[in-house]
Write a new protein. Structure first.
Length: 366
């Protein structure tokens, strides 16, 4: 029987936590590049010894290989993922410590003990060293990319057209452009979806979830144990804490994208039931920056927090409690108000994406 890894070559391995189609609005060089400022980039200082503004390829920022994929040995998995990754082993007889493994779920749990597996092939003969190496390679290379493809199908493929249409109508409503337009309840619902999705999808993830997990991790020292490099299943996972958080996020993403009951869906419902949208507009040359956290919670000067989504270089979306959630507000910001938003965005993130290379970083970091 042929052993073949389920690699899905049609689905990107280099997976963006901030979609390329979103970053295109800040791009130049035919959409290939953006200007960035990385707070943690000590390798490329400017003349004052601080990180310099650099040009980066959109393909190579805000991305991690296989970040959304379910792989062999992951804490969170699904029946479909188990069948894709381990299904070819159904005709085999596999035991660990003398106990026959009778389910794909158990194979997944014992994956990191692969070298201890006793493998009997379908013809009744023990697996040779070559057979074992082939099986091990197939399992290591296999992946279940449902989350990555669902992100693309449900939220990325129509982003540019959707948000351009929204901003055009908002500017007409505010009187910035001629014509007649109105936003539908379905438009507002979709914008709320994007706000929640962009918030949870970034590497730091939703602030409430991160705070809750950090609290749990702080009282259990074992969560900080380093995982041996040979046992790390995903890039960027160095400790038990990293592994638990990343698997939990994949679980949240999968449930939300599969339209199941989920924490993300509950958060979205709460937003739709309690908040209205405020559109904040600006224009050249006073443009919004964005970052590795397009949607995030900002700390305001008055002590309150504000959940925002930087939609385009000329439109930022925020939320507020109002008597009628069907209402929305359109506001045109002055240059100082844009600067204040940009400063708070810069405080909340690590990688800034700038409208151009001439942006005075010192103004943002004050």
């Amino acid at each position: 029987m042929a052993i073949q890894a389920s690699t899905h070559p049609e689905v990107a391995k280099n997976q963006h936590l901030v979609p390329q189609t979103y970053m295109n609005a800040w791009s130049y060089n035919n959409g290939d590049s953006v200007w960035v400022y990385d707070k943690n980039d000590a390798k490329h200082p400017d003349k004052n010894g601080i990180p310099a503004v650099r040009s980066r390829s959109i393909e190579k920022i805000n991305c991690i290989n296989n970040y959304h994929d379910i792989k062999a040995g992951d804490l969170f998995t699904t029946e479909a993922a188990l069948n894709e990754i381990f299904g070819f082993l159904k005709p085999y007889s596999i035991s660990v410590d003398g106990t026959l493994i009778t389910s794909l779920e158990s194979l997944n749990k014992e994956y990191l003990r692969f070298d201890e597996w006793e493998i009997i092939k379908p013809d009744g003969n023990p697996a040779t060293r070559k057979d074992r190496n082939t099986i091990k390679t197939a399992l290591r290379q296999s992946r279940f990319p449902f989350i990555e493809t669902a992100w693309s199908d449900q939220f990325e493929s129509d982003w540019e057209g959707f948000i351009a249409g929204i901003e055009k109508r908002v500017r007409i409503i505010r009187g910035c452009s001629p014509g007649q337009a109105a936003l539908l309840p379905s438009d507002i619902n979709r914008l709320m979806e994007y706000l929640v999705v962009f918030d949870w999808r970034s590497q730091k993830s939703n602030h409430l979830l991160s705070e809750a997990l950090d609290l749990i991790f702080s009282v259990v020292p074992e969560f900080n144990i380093e995982i041996p490099e040979s046992d790390r299943l995903h890039p960027g996972v160095h400790t038990v804490k990293d592994e638990i958080k990343q698997n939990y996020l994949r679980k949240m993403y999968y449930e939300f994208l599969n339209h199941e009951k989920s924490t993300m869906a509950t958060a979205l419902t709460a937003y739709l039931q309690n908040l209205s949208i405020i559109f904040c507009l600006t224009s050249v040359p006073n443009l919004f920056i964005t970052s590795d956290r397009p949607a995030c919670m900002l700390q305001r000067d008055d002590g309150f927090k504000e959940h925002i989504l930087v939609a385009t270089p000329t439109m930022l979306i925020t939320t507020a409690r109002t008597d009628d959630i069907r209402k929305y507000i359109v506001s045109v910001l002055n240059p100082d108000e844009v600067l204040q938003y940009n400063r708070r965005i810069a405080q909340a993130c690590d990688l800034l994406i700038l409208p151009d290379s001439n942006k005075d970083i010192s103004l943002l970091l004050e």
